[in-house]
Structures are given as C-alpha cells and as structure tokens.
Design a protein around this ligand. Structure first.
Ligand SMILES: Cc1ncc(C[n+]2csc(CCOP(=O)(O)OP(=O)(O)O)c2C)c(N)n1
Ligand SMILES: [Mg+2]
Length: 694
C-alpha cells in the first residue's frame, strides 16, 4: 500500500504513536510472513524501545561504532523484531568487518520482509557481527544483561584511563532490556550482584514484567519478589506501571541518568501481545504468528489500515531523524570536536583509543616476554602464564582481566606496581575480581571485548563448564576473549575426579571458530600468548598445567615458536624418517620426549610432534600438515591426559590413543599417571605393540 493512501486511514497522527505502532506492525507482519517468530513482546515493548532510542539514547545512526555511543542490549533476544524495526526506522548505517562505514543501510525494509530467511539482516535473534548496530548476540536468555555488565565495567575503566579535566571522552550509558526468562537465569543474578557491588551507575536494566513465559503464567515457576531481590543486591529500583506511557518511561530513564553509585533496575508492567483482542496477556502471543484474522483485528485496534503490510507511514522516518538522528549527530559532532582537541593535547592517549577500536596492538607489545632456560624440573604452565600476563598487561594498557576467585591459584593476578584492583572507587584497576561467578565472568569478559578492551578471565579448567555458553557466544560473535584455564588435567591429583577435566578439551574443540591451546612447556606458554594476542576475531581457550613441566632444551629440540603453527616437529627421528609418530599436548609433551629418547636408543625411529592446538594446525597448508604428519607413516600415537574422543582424526584407524576413557580419581599425580598409563614405559609398550615388536 502506498504511504499516502495509508496515511488517510490512519486514525492517529500523533508522531510518537505512529512510530510505536509502526514498530508493532512491522513486527507483526514480519512474524506473519516468516510463519515463525515472536510478535507479542515487540507489540508490548515498542513504546519502551521507541523511548530509549528516539528520546534518550546518544547514538548516531550514521556511525553505529562511534566509541562513545550509548549501548543498547536486547537481552530477550526473541523479541529481535524490536531491534530490526528501530535499526531500520532510524536508518542506521552498516559497517563492514574492517570497521569501514560504507553508507548502506544496516537493516532494510526488504530484510524485514525476509525476517528469519537466509542472508536477511533481520535474523531470528540479534547477531553481533552480522547486523551493524547490534551490540551483542542475544537469545540465550540472561546473556544480554550479563554482557551489559561487562560493557558498563568497560565504560568505567575507559573513563578512568582516558578522561581528563575538560575531556569527557567516555561517558556513555548501557541500557539492557530483559524479560522473565533472563531474570530466572542464574547468570543474570551473578552479574546483577557484581554490578551492584561495583556501583555501576552507568547501567540500566529494564525488566519486561508481563507475567508470561512460554508455558503460561509465571505463577507456575516464578513468584519471587524481583524488586526486593534487586533492592537487596543494591540496585536503584524503579517501577513504571504502564508500558504504553512513554513520558513515564522517559522520566524513569532520566532518574537513572541522575542516580549515582548504583545501577538502575526499572520494572515495566506490560501486556504481551498488547492490542491483540484474543491473544493479549497469553503465552499464545509469545512464539507464534498471530494469524491473519488476528492481525487484522489487532491493526484495527491500533487504528491501523487492516490490509496494509510492512507499512511505514509518512513522517515516521522523519520523526526518528528529528529525534535520535538529530540528537545523535549533534552529540557525535561535539564529541568529534572534543576528540580533535584531545588528540592535540593527549596524542598518546588518543592513539591508544584509536588502536583499540581496530583491535590493533601498541608497538612493543611483546617486549620483554620471558625466555625460560632449560630446566628438567621446569615450570608450571600457570606460573609461566602468570609471568607473561604481567608483562603483557604492562605493554598493552587496555589488556586486563581476572579470575573467579582463583587468581592466586590460576596465577593470573597482575602483581606489578600500579596494576591495581578494579573496584567502584578504583575503576582504573586492571585486576578484575569476578567472585565465584564463572558464568557471569565469561559473559562480562565478552562485554569487555565488545567494548574493544582486550580481556582475559580465568578459573580451573574443570569449571569451564560453568561458562561454556559464554565461550560459545564469544566464538559466535567472533570476539578475541581469552579464557585462561589452569589445572588442565590430573595435576591436582588428590582433589579427585570432580576437579579433573576429561571431556572438556574435546567438547571445546567442537565449538566452531574457537581456538584451544594446550602448551607443553614454559616457552610454549610464551609462544601461545604471542599467537593469541595477535588474534582480532577469535576467542581462545588456553589450558595450563598446575604442576611443573620440564622446560625443554631448545638447542636440542625445535624452537617453541613452532607452536604458532598449532603442531610442529619437536623431536625428529634419526634421518628424518620416522617409523612412528608420537603426538602430544601439554604435560604429555615431555612424557613423549622421554619415551622418544628411549625408543631412539633402542633403534626405533620415533618423531615427537607437539600439538598444542588442533585448530591452528588445521589452518596450515596441506603441505605443512603432511610434513608434520606424513601420510605414509600410519604408526601414530596420540598422548593426551583427556578424553580420547576425536584423536582418531590424527592417528587414523591404525593408530592408538593414550588418553582418558573414564573419570580420573583422587590420588597423588604419580599414582594417577601410573594407573591411567601416562608413563614412558606404557608409551614405549604401545609403540612396540603398534610396530609389531612386542
Ligand atoms: C537459556 C535459554 N533457555 C531457554 C530459551 C527458550 N526460550 C526462549 S523465550 C523463552 C521464554 C521467555 O520468557 P520471557 O523472558 O518472559 O519472555 P516473554 O515471553 O515475556 O517475551 C524461552 C524459555 C532460551 N532462549 N534461552
Ligand atoms: Mg515474560
């Protein structure tokens, strides 16, 4: 339908109402066309999202990556049509992977017509990296709000480091919208608790209190006092009793803006499927199209032309342009002027801000990385890592991180003079204390990475399970988050099977795009970090030993820099012609080398391949991979103190895997090594068996 005809039959010409109903009807039509999706929540929250975007947020649609923009996170990602509608109606521009602004629309009306279809910029859930203007991938409930805490921490840190008298370079706010589902998820509670502890007054969550989830009324599973809970955490709690009252919503958002020392939680009482005569306030409005007849009835209730589809009435684009468009352009231009002065006054700080935006590293970022001397007793992976982290954090101002209360054990604490702790009173600190909240730790780390800081977080490898969803999302979002996991295998022997990872490596190796790295000695740890820091768009899981591992003699064996290829020939067979290849990672590298020395002494031509990372190895040319693992050598043994699952790909059907097929046990490490076969004798016996020499 053409816009002018439609306009004549629109019952209202109030621009706010027109914009709100445009968001509603675009959402309804898109879900109807897709035959799937979630219409009810966009219908209810259109006024909220309209108010945040058009009246409050400092966001310039022509530059969605302006560093000081306010952030908006739609944590109830199933309501993605809210985001597609506003990105379209504000005419937000697209940015490519090189951070170039090319002038195209982020989301077109055609994308919305093709909601949830292949290649549409209006996919089922908000996808960072796929659609410009999306600040975080959401859909797994709870994650968006938890990630927003990382963004708020980042703003505080950036302000503390870069703002100067007269130069408020970073003063943005973070808005997140969530529903019942988000607030039932534990990760939101973890993050909310930490947000209040840190006094993040730049953070506002709006809770869509509609009493409905998929199975029906929240009466069946969620009857707690949510407001009381947030008050107890230490949040500033506000309530808006009518989700259609945009003035009240705006007022509450302004109250948030003035609040100091604590984050704000706004409870917004809403009606899912607002306006639908037969589906409002029912779970039927949550996850299925309204149906053609109900669409008609609903549009009639809005005073909307019943047969119009994907209608954007005259004036709507203009109204957004006059609101967020004009405000965003103005604050952005003012910021540009400020930043130009800043560049002149503080050129070095300005250069850092600039580099950070492109995920570049400062010159000299790898100066003074340690080189570990040959040492048969060796160094624990976690200790080597601690030394490296402390150097990197001094070389790269925006490299920071922390642990889930295991800093002294993970050796991730930044101990150099001036590193400091990130707390409400000391927001320039580089040691984050996540508390024992691993899931939130992972999502917050992603929030920091989304803010262009270079973050790491740490815990024991066994507890990677607790933040696995965040690791997955880091990979999906293509974020360079660094996950440092010590106690990588059975090194904490006596702690027993609850503390001994078995299936973790295999399961993380299955996450597309994620890089796992299990370095074999202290110098490999250094090389691992050297590789990792240069990644811009890939997350990494670094697993480190608790116990000392011999530091290999690199004059005798190949240099540790080979690790940058994922796997390399560490110890060559005499004549370069191996009969058998031992492939090992982590603590099993020195075991393989020990076995190799004995085999060679017995006249068996073995080769040792240190394979710290499958994923990096897979990125190498076939020629290189064949040189490390020559196809003609079928006698291969993989040795890894972890699930054997997957190693067949490198040892083939003729090979063997010395790994774990059960859980571990509680005993000193030496006994566990004997029980589970991680001793040179067992490796040698397996080689001989494989070569038919038993
Ligand atoms: C971690 C997680 N678990 C389950 C789901 C599936 N899911 C999507 S929406 C939803 C119900 C959410 O209810 P609420 O947040 O109240 O949203 P509303 O229906 O009110 O929009 C569920 C269970 C999910 N997306 N993420
Ligand atoms: Mg709900």
């Amino acid at each position: 339908m053409c816009a002018t005809t439609a306009k004549s039959i629109l019952s209202s010409t109030d621009p706010d109402e027109l914009c709100v109903n445009t968001i509603r009807t675009l959402s309804i039509d898109a879900v109807q066309a897709a035959k799937s999706g979630h219409p009810g929540t966009p219908m209810a929250l259109a006024p909220l999202v309209y108010t945040i975007w058009n009246r409050v947020m400092n966001f310039d649609p022509s530059d969605p990556i302006w560093p000081n923009r306010d952030r908006f996170v739609l944590s109830n990602g199933h309501a993605s049509m809210l985001l597609w509608s506003v990105l379209h109606l504000t005419q937000t521009k697209a940015v490519n992977a090189e951070y170039e602004r090319l002038g195209q629309a982020s989301v077109t009306l055609e994308d919305i017509r093709r909601f949830r279809q292949l290649d549409s910029k209006a996919p089922g859930h908000p996808e960072y990296h796929w659609v410009s203007g999306v600040e975080a991938t959401t859909g797994p409930l709870g994650h968006g709000v938890a990630t927003s805490v990382g963004m708020a921490i980042a703003q505080k840190w950036l302000a503390a480091r870069y703002n100067r008298a007269g130069f408020e370079i970073f003063n943005y706010r973070v808005f997140a919208v969530c529903g019942d589902g988000c607030l039932m998820e534990g990760v939101a509670s973890e993050a909310a608790s930490l947000a209040a502890h840190l006094g993040l007054d730049n953070l506002c969550w709006v809770y869509d209190n509609n009493h409905i989830t998929i199975e029906g009324s929240t009466k069946i599973a969620f009857t707690e006092d949510v407001e009381g809970r947030f008050l107890a955490y230490g949040w500033n709690v506000l309530r808006v009793g009518n989700a259609n009252d945009i003035d009240r919503i705006e007022h509450a958002l302004n109250v948030f803006h003035k609040e100091k020392g604590r984050p704000t939680f706004i409870v917004l009482d809403s009606h899912i499927g607002y306006g639908s005569p037969n589906k409002q306030d029912t779970s039927a409005a949550h996850g299925e199209p309204l149906g053609e007849e109900e669409v008609r009835l609903t549009k009639r209730a809005y005073g909307w032309p019943e047969d119009a589809q994907f209608l954007v009435p005259d004036g709507v684009y203009n109204h957004f342009a006059a609101g967020i468009g004009a405000r965003g352009a103005k604050v952005h231009a003012a910021w540009n002027r400020l930043f130009a002065d800043y560049v002149a006054t503080y050129p070095e700080l300005a250069a850092e801000i600039d580099m950070m935006q492109r995920r570049d590293l400062p010159a000299g970022w790898d100066h003074n990385l340690p080189v570990f001397p040959t040492d048969p007793k060796g160094v624990a992976g976690r200790d080597a890592s601690g030394k490296v982290l402390n150097v990197l954090a001094q070389n790269i101002p925006w490299f920071l991180g922390g642990s889930g209360d295991l800093g002294p054990s993970n050796k991730t604490t930044l101990t150099y003079q001036g590193a400091g702790d990130f707390q409400a009173e000391t927001p320039n600190g580089k040691n984050l204390h996540f508390g024992i909240r691993e899931h939130a730790m992972g999502t917050i780390t992603n929030g920091l990475a989304l803010s262009k800081l270079r973050p790491f977080c740490a815990t024991f490898f066994i507890f990677s399970d607790f933040l696995r969803p965040a690791i997955r999302l880091a990979s999906l979002m293509e974020l360079p988050s660094i996950f440092v996991f010590s106690h990588d295998a059975m090194g904490d022997g006596e702690d027993g099977p609850t503390h001994q990872p078995v299936e973790h490596l295999a399961s993380l190796r299955a996450i597309p795009g994620l890089i796992t790295l299990r370095p074999g000695d202290a110098n490999e740890v250094v090389e691992a970090y050297r590789f990792v820091l240069q990644l811009r768009h890939q997350p990494v899981v670094l697993t480190l030993s608790r116990q000392p591992l011999p530091t290999l003699d690199r004059t005798k064996y190949a240099p540790a820099s080979g690790l940058a290829k994922g796997a390399y020939i560490l110890a060559e067979a005499p004549g370069g012609d191996p009969q058998v290849i031992l492939i090992a990672s982590g603590s099993e590298v020195s075991l393989a080398v020990g076995a190799h020395e004995k085999l060679v002494a017995e006249g068996i031509r073995s080769r040792v391949v240190s394979m710290a990372s499958w994923e990096i190895f897979e990125q190498q040319l076939q020629e290189y991979r064949d040189s490390v693992l020559p196809p003609k050598v079928a006698a291969r043994i993989a040795i890894e103190q972890a699930s054997t699952f997957g190693w067949e790909r490198y040892v083939g059907t003729a090979g063997r895997v010395i790994g774990m097929r059960t859980f571990g046990a509680s005993a000193p490490l030496k006994e566990l090594q004997r029980k589970f076969g991680f001793e040179p004798e067992q490796v040698i016996a397996t080689v001989k068996q494989l070569l038919g020499r038993a």
